[in-house]
Design a protein around this ligand. Structure first.
Ligand SMILES: [Zn+2]
Ligand SMILES: [Zn+2]
Length: 251
């Protein structure tokens, strides 16, 4: 992502765009003060909106939409999401004039810290949902690790891919909190709250074990685990359930 001050706006704001688009061409995010103690975060497709929308429609699955919807519901709960000027509802859809707006009230006057905090709490989740809907690939050694090597490993690779999804991670942590779902470890207790969370997302019921394909519910299907518990839970295939692993814990 790249960012700069927005020279087009009378009120000072910051704008951000994906680095692989020229500024103003692709999806654009902005963050602007309104009043003394509110920040408004806005998302719009840029000049190539039609191409973005087309790509989203051909790329995103029903499940992608359901998850994006679950994510927006979470954000709406805290930051009163507005879609094209109207309060958020379940019937939103991707269109070239899509505009998503969230408002964050802050307790102090607007400062550098409150802007950074708002970027992390509100803008990053919106960026993650939009990036996954539009279909930006996550870079990493995922491709290498996703090479099928035995029967059933394609669905296993798919499960791992889902567990690594930035959006699933943000959604899971925002629903369940930054705490291991098996041993209760809270990273901030050990490393302080400035450290980005080291918790990982575990997908409880891999699709390989599901008879009928279905969209999962991030509230019940995704659980945050500390790296130790996550390793341990995958020591058996199929994985242990969180309850089984809890039984194994020496307390
Ligand atoms: Zn744990
Ligand atoms: Zn896992």
């Amino acid at each position: 992502m790249r960012g700069s001050k927005d020279p087009l706006e009378a009120r000072k704001g910051l704008i951000f765009w994906f680095a692989n688009y020229n500024r103003g061409n692709g999806p654009v995010f902005s963050i602007r003060p309104t009043g003394l103690k509110r920040l408004v975060i806005t998302f719009k497709f840029g000049a190539y909106a039609a191409a973005c929308v087309e790509h989203t429609k051909s790329h995103a699955s029903r499940e992608d939409f359901l998850l994006a919807n679950a994510f927006f519901e979470q954000l709406d709960h805290e930051y009163g999401l507005r879609i094209n000027g109207k309060p958020f509802g379940p019937n939103w859809e991707i269109s070239s004039d899509l505009k998503i707006e969230a408002t964050r009230k802050i307790s102090e006057r607007i400062s550098r810290e409150s802007i950074v905090e708002t970027v992390n709490l509100v803008m990053v989740p919106i960026v993650a949902s939009v990036a996954e809907l539009v279909g930006y690939e996550e870079k990493g050694n995922e491709a290498e690790e996703a090479v099928p090597d035995e029967e059933g490993s394609i669905s296993h690779a798919l499960t791992l891919k889902r567990e690594r999804s930035i959006r699933n991670r943000l959604l899971c942590l925002s629903i369940h909190g930054d705490q291991c779902g098996v041993c209760g470890f809270q990273p901030s207790d050990l490393y302080g709250s400035d450290m980005p969370s080291i918790l990982e997302v575990h997908h409880i019921e891999p699709l390989s074990e599901v008879e009928q394909p279905r969209a999962y519910d991030p509230k019940t299907d995704l659980i945050p685990l500390c790296p130790n518990c996550h390793r341990a839970i995958h020591k058996r295939r199929p994985a242990y359930t969180p309850a089984e692993l809890k039984e194994l814990l020496h307390t």
